[in-house]
Design a protein around this ligand. Structure first.
Ligand code: FAD
Ligand code: SF4
Length: 452
């Protein structure tokens, strides 16, 4: 029944009411009833040339699992989903769904709810007990160290373990998960979702060592090493007044908030709270949006988000034709919770009193000539007690590799953000899987793992 899209409209699960969700850190997205997921799967046109495969960096075989789910064949659907994705329960929650931009139905209708269908399949599978530890039948005797436990390192470790290698994951933080643990807020990704998967991987034989910062000398103890340490050097805004108290990098603020949500204690002197404060978030991207959501949960007086680039278009234009992923105006669940967003605004300096930030001096900018120009006579001020810098990351700690993900040191590989720069969970998983294939081939001369 490939014409069901004519009858069925796109329907998402939606979010909890704003007045309720801003009072806690629980996930904002409402789980969609299974019957709705089955119906939404029926909208899939099962295209002869499915562009969604191409849109997903994992090459997820989307029409196939849509069709299996809608036919009630959940167990087969999850088998297929798991064959290309080690963490569908994470991408099903936080992926920007690059695939949906490439959905053929999206040319003149609303695309399939691919991300939510993915989530429905994996959560159904966990609920029904289909997901069980599946250790390898035999071990190869080869030992691999994976440095870093974000989505790239974890996917690489899971793939290599399934191929029979003995894998140890080293993590310098106190908990496993990388930015999924200490970057992405709980209201987007509940951390029990990570713990559930890590438990399975432990049962499958992967060894995890936390609180260990590994240097490059580790190679002597292992047959291969893979660095997956992420990309963490934040871009700074070096303008007058930057030294004032009350100006923080977004990641420092978000990781502290994630720790608090996990029950950790932060001493009063180190605590950064938005409670009762006028908060300015500089940077209009996803990290900035996470700061907005966190500041509102902490009880900020008001939140302003400034972005230097102009406001993006609301629908596709000639600059981003289908099936490319379009840079469109995105209003996240955090934005819905309360923020004043301003575009084409450059922060010129911070001013304060008694050493603490009180105001930002800003100016409007124009990009119509191709370069950024300040608009004369548009200088204005924004009051602030807390400023959060969410203007991206530098590539200072990235490692170079060849096409096989190997660094210039034989047997030392690299993947994820540490190789490609700050990106997305789905790209990190894809990188981890590709690196695992090349490591397996390096160790065994050939590999039965998927290349992607
Ligand atoms: C605030 C924020 C929100 C985001 N939200 C989303 C989102 O909603 N959706 C999405 O798709 N992407 C999101 N991203 C991006 C995504 O989280 C990252 O692209 C992804 O986590 C990168 O994975 P990774 O495994 O390469 O690195 P990371 O997740 O950064 O993990 C690297 C790990 O390596 C460890 N490590 C580093 N050096 C060492 C060492 N020497 N020894 C031992 N351990 C080491 C680090 O402690 C860290 O745990 C977000 C990023 C941020 C910052
Ligand atoms: S991982 Fe992301 S891009 Fe791939 S199918 Fe899932 S939602 Fe789409």
């Amino acid at each position: 029944m490939v014409k069901e899209f004519l009858r069925i409209n796109r329907r998402s699960g939606g979010y909890r009411p704003v007045c309720e969700r801003v009072k806690d850190y629980k996930e904002v997205a409402l789980p969609r009833p299974e019957a709705d997921s089955v119906e939404q799967g029926l909208r899939c046109m099962d295209c002869g040339t499915p562009f969604c495969h191409w849109g997903c960096p994992l090459g997820n075989v989307i029409p196939e699992w849509n069709s299996l789910m809608s036919a009630g064949k959940w167990e087969k659907a999850v088998e297929m989903l798991s064959s290309t994705n080690n963490l569908p329960e994470v991408t099903g929650r936080v992926c920007p769904a690059l695939c949906e931009s490439a959905c053929v139905l999206g040319i003149n209708d609303n695309p399939i709810t691919i991300r939510e269908n993915e989530l429905a399949i994996i959560e159904h599978a966990f609920k029904k007990g289909f997901i069980k530890a599946d250790p390898p039948k035999a071990r190869t005797g080869k030992r691999v160290a994976v440095i870093g436990s974000g989505p790239a390192g974890l996917s690489c470790a899971a793939q290599l373990n399934s191929a029979g290698h003995t894998v140890t994951v080293f993590e310098k933080a106190d908990r496993i998960g990388g930015l999924m643990r200490y970057g992405i807020p709980d209201f987007k990704l509940d951390k029990s979702v990570l713990d559930r998967r890590i438990k399975l991987w432990k049962e499958e034989g992967i060894e995890f060592k936390t609180g260990v910062a590994v240097n490059k000398d580790i190679k002597a103890d292992f047959d291969a090493v893979c660095f997956a340490g992420g990309s963490r050097v934040p871009r700074d805004l070096k303008v007058n007044g930057r030294e004032l108290k009350g100006i923080y990098f977004a990641m420092d603020y978000l990781s502290q908030s994630n720790r608090l949500a996990a029950g950790d204690k932060i001493s009063d002197g180190d605590l950064v709270s938005a409670k009762g404060k006028r908060v300015v978030v500089i940077g209009g991207g996803d990290t900035g949006s996470d700061c907005v959501g966190t500041a509102n949960r902490q009880g900020a007086k008001c939140v302003v988000q400034l972005e230097v680039m102009p406001q993006p278009p609301e629908c596709r234009d000639e600059r981003c034709p289908w099936p490319k992923y379009p840079l469109l105006l995105k209003t996240t669940s955090s934005h819905e919770e309360g923020v004043e967003r301003r575009w084409a605004v450059l922060t010129k300096k911070f001013t304060g009193s008694d050493g603490h930030i009180t105001r930002l001096q800003c100016v409007r900018v124009d990009f119509s000539t191709g370069t950024m120009k300040e608009v004369p006579g548009t200088v204005f001020e924004v009051q602030a007690d807390l400023v959060l810098l969410a203007i991206g990351f530098l590539r200072d700690d990235n490692l170079e590799t060849d096409d096989n993900f190997m660094t210039k040191n034989d047997g030392v590989f690299c993947c994820g953000d540490q190789r490609r720069g700050q990106s997305l969970v789905v790209h990190a998983i894809s990188e981890g899987r590709q690196a695992a294939y090349h490591i397996d081939r390096f160790l065994m001369g050939r590999s039965g793992l998927p290349k992607l």
